[in-house]
Ligand binder design. Structure first.
Ligand code: MRU
Length: 356
């Protein structure tokens, strides 16, 4: 793994592929340092996903597609059958890095299906490898276009003078560009609209504070950072007209898993009659999962709760509960802002119609 620290404040790129190498922005170091690292092995890609150096459902999917390619590069001398066996093993390994965001398994499945279709048409593992690189690049490029489509579809929800609250980071850092929840905000800003964004800090790992606030601020949006426990107060003051959050998995009935704390935001929004929208690409819709109850919620290390950065804030040996995600029931969701339009209830029908 090689690292490169920069003060470059131009475009935020969560990851990039250049000359056959995968580079990611190490998000664990933001906002203090902007450090890009090159991931040279599949183990490094697994570690980067697990440690949240690259994170956010769509970015995890793109990183996994490239990660598979990184893992297959040393194996191009194998015969085709053995190469395909190792491809399946490596996909399984990468898929074990995090359980909740369906984009991870979606991207790995797509790469494997692609290999199955292509393998009768190639004469060597190295030829198949070259096509797998192209497919990973396509997944990456499509994600950019999808974010823009989400932005265009969500744009009519943004009005001059309004307050928009978001939770965690569903921004450019979590995708290939523009983000999902942030895409309508970036486009509205680009078109000269004026509005306020409230960014929940998002304990325990502070994706809202470290990442969303950072990326919106440097893009020139009017963003105000609040602690998670301030969301109810801010909404009670009439400062929020709309909530938009991202999503890690949408079940067939419209229940949606997102960063822990999202459920609380949705419940408060309902109390104050504020529309609560979930933004996501089609790759986040999982019609194989019937309801939110079946979504596997990642439980992360206790130290993420016992420490605030490097500082201990809980007693040694304290019992800790650290679910990384929660599930918002579909009844609380006003609509899904997707690349295929805004999907409205009843979700069992509308999701099947658009994504079946
Ligand atoms: O644990 P993280 O930081 O990967 O969680 C990220 C989120 O919950 C995002 O809101 C979600 O992945 C959508 S990103 C467009």
């Amino acid at each position: 793994m090689s690292a490169n620290t920069t003060n470059n404040t131009s475009a935020v790129l969560s990851l990039r592929w250049e000359n056959g190498n995968l580079y990611i922005l190490d998000q664990t170091r933001l906002p203090i340092e902007i450090v890009e690292i090159r991931l040279d092995s599949i183990e490094q890609v697994w570690e980067a996903i697990q440690q949240l150096r690259v994170r956010g459902a769509p970015a995890i999917g793109v990183a996994a597609a490239y990660g598979l390619v990184v893992g297959m590069k040393p194996l191009i001398h194998l015969d085709l059958d053995k190469f395909l066996v190792r491809l399946k093993e490596n996909a399984g390994y990468l898929n074990s890095s995090r359980p909740t965001a369906v984009n991870l398994s979606w991207a790995l499945r797509r790469m494997q299906d692609f290999a199955t279709v292509q393998s009768p048409q190639v004469i060597s593992a190295s030829q198949l490898y070259a096509r797998l690189v192209d497919e990973a690049v396509r997944i990456h490029q499509e994600d950019r276009a999808i974010c823009r489509a989400i932005g265009e579809n969500g744009l009519p929800l943004i009005r001059d003078g309004m307050g928009v609250l978001t939770h965690c980071n569903a921004g450019a850092l979590a995708t290939s560009e523009l983000g999902t929840a942030t895409a309508p905000l970036y486009l509205a800003h680009e078109r000269g609209m004026r509005f306020r964004v409230y960014s929940d800090e998002t304990r325990p790992l502070l994706q809202g504070a470290r990442l969303t606030t950072w990326e919106l601020q440097r893009a020139g949006l009017d963003v105000t950072l609040i602690c998670d426990n301030m969301a109810a107060f801010v909404m009670s003051q009439g400062l929020v007209d709309l909530c938009i959050v991202g999503c890690d998995r949408v079940a067939a009935n419209g229940d949606a898993a997102n960063k822990i704390g999202t459920l609380g935001v949705a419940i408060i929004a309902q109390h104050y009659n504020i529309p609560f929208y979930v933004a996501c690409p089609s790759s986040t819709v999982d019609l194989q999962t019937a309801t939110g109850r079946e979504i596997v919620i990642e439980e992360r290390a206790a130290d993420e709760v016992l420490f605030f950065g490097a500082r201990r804030t809980g007693p040694e040996g304290a019992k800790v509960c650290n679910p990384s995600f929660d599930v918002t029931p579909h009844e609380l969701i006003a609509g899904f802002i997707t690349d295929r339009g805004i999907i409205q209830p009843p979700y069992a029908e509308s999701l099947a119609q658009h994504f079946g």
